[in-house]
Design a protein around this ligand. Sequence first.
Ligand code: PMP
Ligand code: GLU
Length: 400
Amino acid sequence: MPLTLSERTLSISPSVTLAVDARAKQLRAEGLDVIGFSAGEPDFCTPEYINDAGKFAIDAGITRYTPVAGTLDLRQKICDKFIHDNGVEYTPAEVIVSSGAKQSLFTALSAIINPGDEVLVPSPCWLSYPEMIRMAGGTPVLVHGREENNFVVTAEMMRPFVTEHTKALIINSPNNPNGCVWSRDELKAIADLAVECGFYVISDEIYEKLIYDDEKHYCMSSFGPEIKKQCIVINGVSKTYAMTGWRIGYAAGPKNIIKAMTSFQSHASSNANSIAQYAAATALSCGDKYILSMIDEYNARRRLMYRLVNEIDGLSCKLPKGAFYIMASLKEILGRSYKGKKITGSTSFAETLLDEKRVAVVPALAFGDDNYVRLSYATSRQNIVEGMARIKEFVSEMED
Ligand code: PMP
Ligand code: GLU
């Protein structure tokens, strides 16, 4: 038998967001002054009360296996959060805790997808969705949004893509990579379409709390008992509580799906880290009071970056409503050259920018649209001002 790799893994591309971020970190470690607008990772430290809980857990010996689906305490706190924030009732048997929302998503897809099943995804979308769908044996069906509509893909835009093979739809509001937020009516229409046509909705609500101005978040399963029966809500503590490295995410959904996900996880990885689970339970039990100042700061950065992008002749962007990303349009400048190198798309823009000006951005080709780059404003205002000044210089030095 030839010692080959599996076709499944060979068909998977590595995460571009993580790769760009790793390259930026490596250049920084080599002593270069790199400004990172790449990874969607809060630059804040995890709040002290959460760190203290983690230290307490180690000293108290909370260092053993927990139930595969997570400690009862954490699952109860997650249920309390759903009632308090979203007005939706779940019991601990309807919740599973995983090593990050990423694992919850993959496990959810693995629990419901059969070969040949199609999964609808509004696009541009977080780059891991199509890969995860394929890893689970399904086929991603991307439905493209338009910038003039703030990239919101409505139920009516999705309807023509529904087939007898449509098994699920993944919705991510507030959205990575473009910061759009679906309104209550737009979400409800998607819930109605799912109920009418009979497919699951995986609602990735990881950026729930990162929402600005008068925008409001609505949990997909809050639209009534029918959609709740076919909805899996994904969330986690990475973004809200600046806990990316602790790796705690969770899913809530019908008992049979959570049971199947628990069986899957019992063989794939067992429980999420026990210390991190304890810290996450503490994070969730203290409400929003510790995170409000972080949200205010993201909001100020959002406005700053939006203004600075639009001040660059040749670039433009919409004001995002949530998350911590801006999609900057390159449409006006594609085809120009920088020092003889033709900028043909988002990848050559991002690569040349990093090489020449030491600013890391993510080519939106990875999210499904080569006309944009994604900039994360989860970094200091000082970095935003400096990084945007470098981008301005870079664009002004391009030739037709
Ligand atoms: N969903 C979206 C849309 C994301 O951007 C991320 C970022 N990592 C995740 C899920 C996963 O988060 P984590 O695994 O850190 O909980
Ligand atoms: N989700 C974040 C991002 O889009 C973190 C990196 C990743 O997991 O893809 O940048």
